[in-house]
Design a protein around this ligand. Structure first.
Ligand SMILES: *Cc1c(COP(=O)(O)O)cnc(C)c1O
Length: 818
């Protein structure tokens, strides 16, 4: 087996790059595709992928950060003035990355399990890890890294000390799987489930299955559920096929599934013997996932007693990292379900993005089963924490404590979670961001419960990956040099303030815009340093606007005069301002006849600098008003030209809001202002945006009522037949409109639609759950991708903006990142 590091010359050979002379034959340990995520610059190789943003554009920045090895496809960026750097030129950078990973994979002879399917990939991968890690040193994909880029990055982590690899592969269109197959080269293949997800990339289900099965073409074993491939007529891949199902011909035959108070009992037949497996999971989809795990263990020759015991102990898979409010003005990042180096790196990157507190603390348990000698492991961890700006480490566990000399003197160590809980008063958590990262055995959920603020059981969950995906969706629609101003007014349309702003700042949006100075000040206090425009600066706020380096929208002569006076008093020059032109909205802005007078003031003024000039479209989404929109754009261009002529610096022009980005691409100009699109809504876009927000509540009580009994105030609800109702913890004071009452709207109770019955109350409302299997305490979905906010808005005779911004502050926001 080779050493873990590769010389860059060897990599050049593997990826067939055109470069033979190396200034310095560097050793490479890290592959990076994101300029923001560097661990050890000297040992890193950057792949300039042409994704949403062209990686080539970051080469300059990376050189400055000390990276000196690059794979690129555009020779123009191979900077000759940097003779110290190695530039490997290839035709296709992604293909090169995949080739390198495939070459790396080929060195190892230990078994690799490859998983694909529409749902359940990550659960099966994590469960197999739980089931098999007592016997094997396992390397597995971090989180759900299963894409064309995620798979090579995961497989790159394979090391000689491992004994088993588990990788997931996800595809969304035809032609993708063979690449992943050549990288993973699975010995054991698992198909979890075939559903309807991502169907748009395929002609039909048959084509989708055929493509997915390519992963297993050289596998020794292929495990699947009979029902998923029932109508699939072609030959199945794999030297040995292992099928699961009810009919007799299956290798693992399901005889009976019995559900009993919180447990399910699954009676199986395998090679003419019967066995009964007990599991704490009872939904059928999860039982399917349990069974592919059982099949894998059978193939690996585990004894029945071991299988039974470990399956019973399987715990829930929590892949996401949650950001929530903690005690004493802290922010908690809860990633307390697993701990390995790769997921620690992801979590530390997320911690680093959070700027609301200066201080960053990491509570970290022993990292188990890495296969590395502890000395080496904790040396790596200590180096990692230095690069990621962690101010204080609290180490929990005997191993990490035994290596305390590797960490800073003010770091604290405890032998166990109990030990920590007993002494926690001493630690004085306050005004800091705390990342919790613990292996399952350390039960860090106990720490999370103590440090987090109690949550009123109605929560708005905000999916930060989806928000990023939506941002990237719009980036892909923009012309190359168009900038982005993200509208985060009204607490980012109800979703949150600094939490959202941190993500946008990290993603290098160019500007933020808030409605009032106060909102801008909160963002500054939370560590947001990027430019912020204030749409509606009050006369009393000019001083604080300047004190916080906020940039006012100047929309009238009186605002201009007022602000100029303050600038003159303070003897400030070139202060950034933004001019608002009214081209038809008739809300704020200079009107067209006023432009000449405006120009006379602008000319020769030294106190301010016009950063941008902008206007707002009133109906960019509506075909019937396209003539009007066109006129707005034309008038605006004329005003812009006449103002730009007066100054000798470049002013940025912007007029497009969300819907205009796709409908009026010529109006993207120098910048666009994205609002509601970030949060997943765009009247002009049918496909491609993701749902960012999910509102959830819980059942407080269930009642059995007879036909004709009445429900709620005014006796407005009447039981249509004998049945059951559930009282849930959300009412109009939370932003659940009174118009949703009396059967107008529905919620999802354990996945089944239940309509409101009776009037909505202030803090609660009732649902008719007749025929639905539910218990008190069960979670209820108020809106998500199935029950859309558009649908609710329609019922309330309003628009999504209105519904979103009415979700009250007492509904806690929980942010998560997968
Ligand atoms: C709110 C707002 C936007 C964003 O509009 P969306 O339709 O949400 O994209 C853009 N410009 C101005 C001036 C706004 O007030």
């Amino acid at each position: 087996m080779q050493s873990e590091d590769y010389h860059i010359s060897k990599i050049a050979e593997l990826i067939k790059a055109s470069k033979s002379d190396f200034y310095h034959d560097d050793l490479i340990n890290y592959i990076i595709t994101d300029s923001r995520k560097i661990i050890d610059a000297e040992k890193s190789l950057f792949f300039a992928l042409k994704g949403r943003r062209d990686g080539h554009l970051f080469i300059h920045e990376l050189l400055q950060k000390g990276v000196s090895n690059f794979v690129l496809s555009d020779a123009q960026f191979a900077q000759k003035q940097h003779p110290k750097a190695n530039f490997l030129l290839v035709e296709d950078v992604l293909a090169a990355l995949q080739l390198l990973a495939a070459g790396h994979r080929s060195q190892f002879n230990y078994p690799v399990i490859g998983i694909t399917g529409s749902n359940g990939k990550t659960i099966v991968k994590e469960w197999l890890f739980q089931l098999l890690s007592p016997n094997y040193q396992i390397i597995r994909s971090p989180k759900s890294y299963n894409s064309q880029i995620g798979v090579p990055l995961s497989v790159w982590q394979m090391k000689p000390q491992h004994e088993l690899g588990i990788f997931e592969a996800g595809i969304s269109q035809i032609g993708e799987m063979l690449n992943l197959q050549s990288i993973i080269q699975p010995d054991i293949g698992i198909l979890t489930h075939i559903g309807t997800a991502h169907d748009s990339g395929f002609l039909d289900v048959n084509q989708k299955i055929t493509e997915k099965l390519l992963l297993f073409k050289n596998a020794k074993w292929f495990i699947h559920h009979e029902k998923d491939l029932n109508n699939f007529a072609e030959t199945l891949p794999g030297k040995n096929i292992f099928s699961i199902g009810e009919s007799q011909k299956n290798d693992l035959r399901i005889l009976e599934i019995k559900q009993q108070n919180q447990f399910s009992e699954i009676k199986l037949r395998y090679k003419s013997r019967e066995m009964t497996i007990k599991s704490r999971f009872s939904t059928l989809a999860l039982i399917d996932d349990v069974l592919v795990c059982v099949a894998t263990m059978l193939i690996l020759n585990f004894e029945e007693s071991v299988i039974k015991e470990r399956v019973l102990n399987l715990s829930q898979v929590q892949m996401r990292l949650e950001l929530k409010a903690g005690i004493n003005n802290t922010t908690i990042i809860d990633d307390s379900y697993n701990s390995d180096i790769n997921s620690l790196i992801i979590a530390l990157d997320f911690l680093q993005q959070q700027n609301q507190h200066k201080k960053r603390t990491l509570i970290l348990s022993d990292i188990l089963q890495t296969g590395l000698p502890p000395d080496e492991l904790y040396k790596q961890i200590a180096a990692l924490l230095k690069t990621k700006n962690v101010d204080r480490l609290i180490g929990i566990g005997k191993d990490i404590s035994a290596h305390k000399q590797l960490f800073s003197a003010n770091d604290v160590f405890f032998d166990s979670t109990d030990d920590f809980l007993e002494h926690r008063e001493r630690l004085q958590f306050s005004s800091e961001t705390i990342l919790l990262k613990g292996a399952r055995d350390f039960a860090f959920e106990r720490i999370s419960q103590i440090l987090s603020q109690k949550i009123h059981e109605t929560v708005l969950e905000i999916n930060l990956n989806a928000l990023e995906a939506n941002l990237n969706f719009y980036k892909s629609k923009l012309k190359p040099n168009t900038k982005i101003m993200a509208m985060v007014k009204a607490s980012s349309y109800g979703s949150g303030s600094f939490e959202i702003a941190n993500i946008l700042q990290f993603n290098k949006v160019d500007y933020l815009a808030v409605a009032y100075a106060d909102e801008g000040i909160s963002l500054r206090n939370a560590g947001i340093t990027m430019p912020i425009m204030v749409l509606n600066p009050g006369f009393n706020s000019f001083e604080t606007i300047i004190a916080h380096q906020l940039e006012p929208e100047i929309y009238s002569f009186s605002v201009l005069d007022g602000f100029l006076k303050v600038l003159e008093e303070k003897q400030l020059f070139d202060y950034p301002i933004h001019l608002k032109i009214d081209t038809g909205m008739h809300r704020l802005g200079f009107e067209l006849p006023e432009i000449d007078q405006l120009c006379s003031i602008i000319k020769n003024n030294k106190n301010f600098c016009i950063k941008t000039i902008f206007s707002h479209l009133v109906a960019s989404e509506a075909v019937e008003h396209d003539d009007f929109t066109e006129k707005q754009i034309r008038d605006f261009r004329a005003v812009f030209t006449s103002v730009q002529r007066l100054v000798n610096y470049k002013i940025d022009a912007h007029i497009a809001n969300t819907s205009a980005i796709s409908r009026w691409p010529d109006a993207q100009l120098d910048m666009v202002r994205i609002g509601i699109g970030l949060y997943g809504f765009d009247a002009a876009i049918k496909k491609g945006l993701q749902t960012v927000m999910v509102l959830k509540t819980t059942i407080a009580q269930i009642k059995t009522l007879n036909k004709g009994e009445t429900i709620g105030y005014g006796r407005a609800g009447v039981m249509p037949a004998d049945g059951k109702i559930a009282t849930v913890k959300i009412g109009y004071a939370d932003g659940y409109w009174r118009k949703f009452g009396n059967g107008k709207a529905k919620m999802l109770v354990n996945g089944v639609a239940a309509f409101t019955i009776g009037n909505i109350c202030m803090d609660m409302c009732m649902l008719n759950i007749t025929g639905i299997d539910a218990q008190e305490g069960d979670e209820v979905i108020v809106f998500n991708e199935q029950i859309s906010i558009q649908e609710l808005a329609k019922i309330a005779e309003t628009i999504p903006y209105d519904v979103l911004t009415h979700i009250s502050a007492r509904v806690k926001r929980v942010y998560y990142y997968e």
